[in-house]
Design a protein around this ligand. Structure first.
Ligand code: NAD
Ligand code: IPM
Ligand code: MN
Length: 353
């Protein structure tokens, strides 16, 4: 039985993971899952002064088959150090180099675009262990008018190659027509040069898949103009972070978007794309669909494709039948939506209330 660590984290992370757990416990699967809840987040940090220990990293790495995380970030920790240690710590120390963020239009009525000409159906492969997220850099003369702050943008051949290859392997496996590289090679010549060279090298091995290259500013514009033009997008850590919030909003809102942080064959951590949303936390307003769709990605990861499909269909059914939270114009609470979806995947027809 696969062992899954649940890390609800902070703010609405706790609310949405409660519903994701409910769905995971309701969906019929062959072996079931051993779910263990972990107390990592701002509460623990403020209480004990500890973010996450080396032992905990080791346990999560060696004794678990997957992790399902809510969100980390709390106004009581303005420096965000616990989120850096836990979330970025897990991404870096488990070497989860693929941040996979699928964006599929749930229903045109939930897109802010006036007209969505075609379907939005794309996947972002965000590099997840390098870029400006490594913490390399430093500060000089802090707090004075002469302060200098340097945040290095780290791009290694190995890191760039493996994320681009993962994107092409996925495109081939899922018969996706095109892979688009997103960069800023016009301004960032060294990093851009490396990404473009490696992209050409890797793509040569996949002659049936079309390729395209876009500067990130033009991509932000074009995703709004004609999102149906894109299928697989591969990009660096920071650009992937930004583009994935934009693409999520186009498809139904940040509250509905799932993601997977992967080291294929080794580790997997699933988390909704959204954060801890302090502005709505604790009020039953959070949309649990992003977290619940992470359950679908997790089931798919364990080869439970039918169960994954039933979770995804239950989310669509909930929307069709008006079971949504205020972000989508609905009047249901986080729990009501979670319970409805859980009943649906368990084989019930949904709620009558
Ligand atoms: P956010 O994603 O938390 O919120 C952005 C906006 O979207 C807010 O208006 C929020 O109410 C809304 N929103 C987000 N998720 C929603 C949901 N499920 N249902 C309904 N509305 C939702 O981003 P932010 O405000 O920039 O960040 C808040 C905190 O979360 C910060 O500390 C940030 O660092 C952290 N964060 C963590 C993660 C993560 O753990 N993976 C991701 C993003 C941000
Ligand atoms: C995300 C988040 C994180 C990121 C933050 C919380 C560090 O925005 O998962 O998208 O930038 O990767
Ligand atoms: Mn983000």
């Amino acid at each position: 039985m696969p062992r899954v660590a649940l890390i609800p984290g902070d703010g609405i992370g706790k609310e949405v993971i409660r519903e994701a757990r409910r769905v995971l416990e309701s969906v019929p699967v062959s072996a079931g899952f051993d779910l263990v809840e972990w107390d990592l987040g701002a509460d623990r940090f403020l209480r004990d002064g500890v973010t996450i220990t080396d032992d905990e990293f080791r346990t999560l790495s060696d004794e678990y088959d997957a992790i399902l995380l809510g969100a980390l970030g709390d106004p009581r920790v303005p420096g965000n150090e616990h989120a850096r240690d836990i979330l970025l710590g897990l991404r870096f120390r488990l070497d989860l180099f693929v941040n996979f963020r699928p964006c599929t239009l749930l229903s045109p009525e939930f897109s802010p675009l006036k007209s969505v000409a075609g379907k939005v159906d794309l996947e972002i492969f965000r590099e997840n262990t390098e870029g400006v997220y490594t913490g390399m850099g430093g500060v000089l003369r802090q707090g004075t008018p002469d302060e200098v702050a340097i945040e290095e943008d780290v791009n290694t051949y190995r890191g760039v190659e493996r994320i681009i290859r993962a994107a092409f392997e996925y495109a081939e496996r899922r018969s996706r027509p095109k892979v688009t590289l997103v960069d800023k090679a016009n301004a960032m010549r060294w990093a851009g040069g490396l990404w473009r060279r490696v992209f050409a090298e890797v793509s040569a091995g996949y002659p049936a898949i079309a390729t395209d290259m876009m500067y990130v500013d033009a991509m932000a514009m074009d995703l709004v103009r004609r999102p149906e033009h894109y299928s697989v997008i591969v990009t660096s850590n920071l650009f992937g972070d930004i583009v994935s919030d934009l693409a999520a909003e186009l498809t139904g809102g940040l509250g509905t978007a799932p993601s997977a942080n992967l080291h294929p064959g080794r580790h997997a951590l699933f988390e909704p794309v959204h954060g801890s949303a302090p502005d709505i936390a604790g009020r039953g307003k959070a949309n649990p669909m992003g977290a619940i769709r992470c359950v679908a990605l997790l089931l798919d990861h364990f080869g439970e494709t039918d169960a994954a499909g039933s979770v995804e269909s239950a989310v669509h059914a909930a929307l069709e039948e008006g079971w949504s939270t205020p972000d989508l114009g609905g009047g249901r609470t986080t729990e009501e939506v979670g319970e409805w979806i859980a009943r649906r995947v368990a084989g019930g027809a949904g709620s009558a209330g």
